[in-house]
Design a protein around this ligand. Structure first.
Ligand SMILES: [Zn+2]
Length: 229
């Protein structure tokens, strides 16, 4: 770890369960080390049901509750939902403005989000979420972008960015100690994993084992890490 203090972490995902499927063992590890972690989910995953009788509003409420419970397992401080429509997320200037304002308010040292440049990533929300988060982090540093936000606060420069679901990892977190908490958190997303939890847990553990093997870690999570100066 660098000599810089990196105590605050913001995780931006498209849907409830993205962090648990992408980076939650790292989140649990960092929270137990005393880092403050906040989650922002851009949608509430309201289309995440194959049951046509379920109203999207019902699904959203359930998924928000599941996400809060999962975050609690991991030691996350707060969870905020921005309620953009699931499946239709776009990296608009309006979304970028909201995320920029959040970054300038929360002042995270580290941003964790989805790698928007992963080739053949078909889910438009995952591409849009990663792109909007990165564009907002860029904007937050600059005096001349969204200056109306700077009347009562300063620009804020995120120091490091960690991208998960990446095909170009260059940083690996040893999560041998916190993998169980990631699985427990995943279990909280019962509308998504439900009775498949054992198969999902097995797959997640296997992937983390493979990621960790070359490094001699029992389990690892991989990231593309960007250090900003
Ligand atoms: Zn997702």
């Amino acid at each position: 770890m660098s000599e810089r203090t990196l105590n605050t972490v913001l995780v931006i995902g498209a849907h409830p369960d993205d962090p648990e499927f992408g980076c939650a063992a790292t989140v649990a590890k960092w929270a137990s080390q005393g880092r403050t972690i906040d989650y922002v989910l851009l949608t509430s995953g309201d289309k995440g049901s194959h049951d046509p009788s379920k109203h999207p509003g019902e699904v959203a409420a359930q998924r928000e509750e599941e996400q809060r419970a999962a975050a609690q397992e991991l030691g996350v401080r707060s969870v905020l939902f921005l309620h953009y429509p699931d499946g239709l997320l776009e990296n608009t200037i309006e979304l970028r403005r909201r995320l920029c304002e959040l970054i300038r308010t929360l002042r995270p040292d580290i941003l964790i989000t989805i790698d928007p440049w992963r080739p053949y990533q078909l889910h438009p929300d995952h591409r849009a979420a990663g792109q909007a988060a990165l564009d907002a982090a860029w904007a937050a540093r600059e005096w001349y972008i969204f200056p109306e936000q700077l009347i009562d606060r300063d620009p804020w420069a995120v120091k490091e960015i960690y991208l998960f679901w990446t095909d170009n990892p260059d940083h690996w977190e040893d999560v041998s100690e916190s993998m169980d908490r990631r699985i427990k958190a995943l279990q909280r997303h019962s509308s998504q994993v439900g009775n498949r939890i054992e198969a999902v847990a097995k797959r997640i553990r296997q992937a983390a084992e493979e990621t960790g093997r070359p490094l001699g870690y029992r389990y690892a999570e991989a990231f593309k890490r960007i250090v900003l100066h």
